[in-house]
Ligand binder design. Structure first.
Ligand code: SAM
Length: 427
């Protein structure tokens, strides 16, 4: 979500006459787009923010903008007091505070022209920053902003605001626009992406949106994330199974394998319901890959409750598991009402057990592809190798002098590991 927001802001800044630089010490404007989903992310954001102070001391004209979840939808003005070298703060997904600030700083005679230019930028279609035009292969499109589910551990609803879906036509227009600028793959984003449209007047569904996006000429692949188990409708699963451009890859977090913990997290399903959903998805989408998220060390999680998560993961054999140690977040129900009582070493111990288990599972799943031919869409070359992904979202590296950017190729797999594979061009 932040990558999509940053790209949009970068494009708007370029349209106002700015140019990008990779060196912070050369910049006239620095935007720090922040995530605070876990304490470690917030610490990182604060660390980066503190490291910008010497740049401001050296160049008082430097504009520093902090954006994203550290600011939140209510626009945390305290950041300006606490870090006086910050000039302007912006809520998540909102480029306007910085753009207005820049316009207001303009000389009086230029002010009106700049304001007109800014209005045109904000009303216009999203375009990519110049360095991405004709080069970016895979782009994100946020389709649901905010979240209203209120899992007891999660700070996102209070920082990104209530759930609201973007208008249907706007999404289609943005997708066409991105394809027109060279993009081959789009990933639709939402905290609960499968709730898309439920808050819109005519309640369009994600499945319908996938069917319409599928018709865009030149678009090769469509993905979506993250799904919540309770909103994965039959219609959505059918759409993934039927539409060739929609990748057979589902990101659907379980978070815990014990029903009491799931209840305390306020997830709204049982471990058994999740297990049945995974069985159903696998039956109806042949060759599907499935990723999950798990939090270990939620308040009160006993060893035997953790063991249930371990056993379920062992049984379900997911392609990917994004693991996290519970981190108490201010303002959440869990932070207010539940004691963060699983010691850090124990959280780490549980995390490592799941990490080792998942490494084994992912290695076994990928090993089955050894010698097989898979289709890969290549995104970029790094350290002499082309990097791309299969429709099932598996990372593949290939050495080739040919320019593979944006191309879908059949690749014969010659090496597999848990997190990536290596192959050669099949023809
Ligand atoms: N909205 C999605 C969902 O259904 O949960 C995922 C979005 S969230 C940004 C990504 C992941 O961060 C979550 O799935 C969860 O595993 C993890 N997460 C969220 N809050 C957390 C917390 N307080 N401590 C540890 N991990 C957390």
């Amino acid at each position: 979500m932040n990558v999509a927001d940053s790209r949009r802001l970068a494009s708007a800044l370029e349209q106002m006459g700015c140019e990008p630089t990779r060196k912070p010490e050369e910049a006239d404007i620095i935007v720090l787009n922040t995530c605070v989903v876990r304490q470690s992310a917030e610490d990182k954001a604060i660390g980066r923010l503190s490291s910008l102070r010497p740049l401001k001391d050296k160049n008082p004209d430097l504009v520093i903008n902090v954006m994203g979840c550290l600011i939140g939808v209510r626009g945390n003005q305290k950041i300006l007091e606490k870090f006086p070298w910050v000039d302007v703060v912006s809520p998540p997904s909102d480029p306007r505070p910085l753009l207005h600030y820049l316009v207001e700083r303009s000389a009086e005679e230029a002010l009106k022209a700049k304001q007109t230019q800014l209005n045109a930028i904000l009303d216009g279609d999203v375009i990519l920053p110049k360095e991405d035009q004709g080069r970016l292969v895979s782009a994100f499109i946020p389709i649901v902003y905010g979240c209203s589910h209120a899992c007891t551990y999660c700070v996102i609803p209070s920082r990104r605001g209530i759930e609201h879906s973007r208008p249907y036509a706007e999404i289609l227009r943005e997708a066409r626009n991105l394809v027109g600028q060279g993009v081959s793959e789009i990933t639709l984003l939402g905290q609960i992406v499968d709730r898309y449209g439920l808050d819109l007047p005519d309640k369009p569904s994600l499945a319908t949106l996938l069917r319409d996006l599928h018709q865009i000429e030149g678009l090769k692949r469509i993905r979506f994330l993250t799904s919540h188990p309770n909103w994965m409708t039959d219609d959505l699963v059918d759409a993934v199974a039927e539409l060739p451009k929609v990748c057979p890859h589902i990101e659907v977090p379980i978070q815990a394998g014990d029903d009491d913990i799931l209840k305390a997290m306020r997830r709204g399903y049982t471990a058994d319901a999740y297990r049945r959903l995974i069985g159903d998805i696998r039956e109806r989408i042949p060759g599907v890959s499935i990723a999950t998220d798990i939090i270990v060390g939620f308040p009160g999680e006993t060893e035997s409750q953790f063991q249930k998560t371990f056993d379920l993961l062992e049984k379900l054999k997911m392609d990917v598991a994004h693991l996290a140690r519970y981190s108490s977040r201010p303002g959440t129900y869990a932070a207010r009402k539940l004691e963060d009582d699983v010691p850090e070493e124990e959280k780490m111990h549980r995390f490592r057990l799941l990490e080792d288990l998942q490494e084994k599972i992912s290695a076994e799943i990928n090993a089955k592809l050894m010698g097989e031919t898979v289709n890969v869409l290549f995104e970029e070359k790094s350290k002499g190798r082309w990097r791309g992904r299969t429709p099932t979202n598996k990372l593949v590296f290939v050495e080739s002098v040919e320019d593979l950017r944006g191309q879908e190729k059949d690749i014969r797999i010659t090496w597999t590991g848990p997190w990536s594979m290596i192959g050669t061009l099949a023809d």
